[in-house]
Design a protein around this ligand. Structure first.
Ligand SMILES: [Zn+2]
Length: 259
């Protein structure tokens, strides 16, 4: 078996519909418009990991019946990517050991400052549930002696996000742009690119990329399949799909990719 990727969620920070049943420009009758916060499940025959644990993490694990995890990876510290972190505790309990988290130093500082009990045993009834492995923007690591991962750096407004590559599939979010050639080097040769295009047509969005910017960047990356994610309620699945060139797709919750 190769790798299986499941897009657990593809929404921007609000989820779709936004609270208050606000569908914006999205057709409520199109099931692919119902979106939870961004997360990706990556599975090999022996290893299962998730990237990011937003507010919908527990629901996503229940929908996909994921009972065990070998590791969690974080792209960046923003709440819509980390708010569900407490729901990792059950995975540490099932593993009978803290779960390994791969994250950059900024995200580690954020967790240490906001939820120190996750990393340290403060009282014996609630043992630390994560061990951490700090990752650098242009590095490699292997999970479980099985899953090879390569990192790349992404510009996300005032912070840097960590992109991850698994073989010929890469996951790049959140991001407004890529400016470092080392990131293009790290992405060289991928076939499938799951990438933040949450700004849609709004060039003034300070933190997310427009569709046009991703199409420009892919002239260098050269992925044959580009899956756009981090989607707001302004991005209707069918309408936005009809505007895209061949090789570009709108993500939806539950979408799977095999490599
Ligand atoms: Zn973000």
């Amino acid at each position: 078996m190769g790798l299986k990727f499941t897009i657990l969620g593809c929404a921007n920070s609000y989820g779709v519909p936004y609270a208050g049943n606000d569908w914006g420009d999205c057709d409520p009758n199109e099931v692919r418009n119902r979106r939870t916060r961004c997360s990706l499940l990556v599975q090999s025959e022996n290893t299962s990991i998730v990237i990011d644990t937003g507010a919908d993490f527990r629901e996503q694990m229940n929908i996909h019946k994921v009972k065990t995890l070998d590791a969690v990876l974080y792209t960046h510290k923003h709440s819509d990517h980390t708010a569900g972190i407490d729901d990792l505790r059950i995975y540490a309990i099932r593993n009978k050991a803290p779960l390994c988290a791969y994250l950059d130093s900024d995200t580690l500082d954020y967790i240490r400052t906001s939820r120190d009990y996750i990393l340290e045993t403060k009282v014996k009834e609630y043992p630390a549930m994560l061990t951490t492995h700090t990752v650098e923007p242009y590095g490699h690591f292997t999970i479980n002696n099985d899953l090879k991962v390569q990192t790349h750096s992404l510009n996300h407004g005032s912070i840097i996000s960590m992109g991850y590559r698994f073989g010929d599939v890469a996951y790049s979010l959140d991001m407004k742009d890529i400016t470092d050639n080392r990131s293009f080097d790290a992405l060289y040769g991928i076939k499938t690119w799951i990438v933040d295009a949450g700004a849609y047509k709004s060039e003034h969005n300070p933190v997310h990329a427009t569709f046009d910017r991703i199409i420009e960047l892919n002239q260098k990356v050269k992925a044959s399949r580009v899956i756009l994610t981090s989607l707001s309620n302004r991005i209707d699945y069918k309408q936005a799909s009809s505007e895209l060139p061949d090789g570009y797709e709108i993500a939806y919750d539950g979408m799977t990719i095999k490599s």
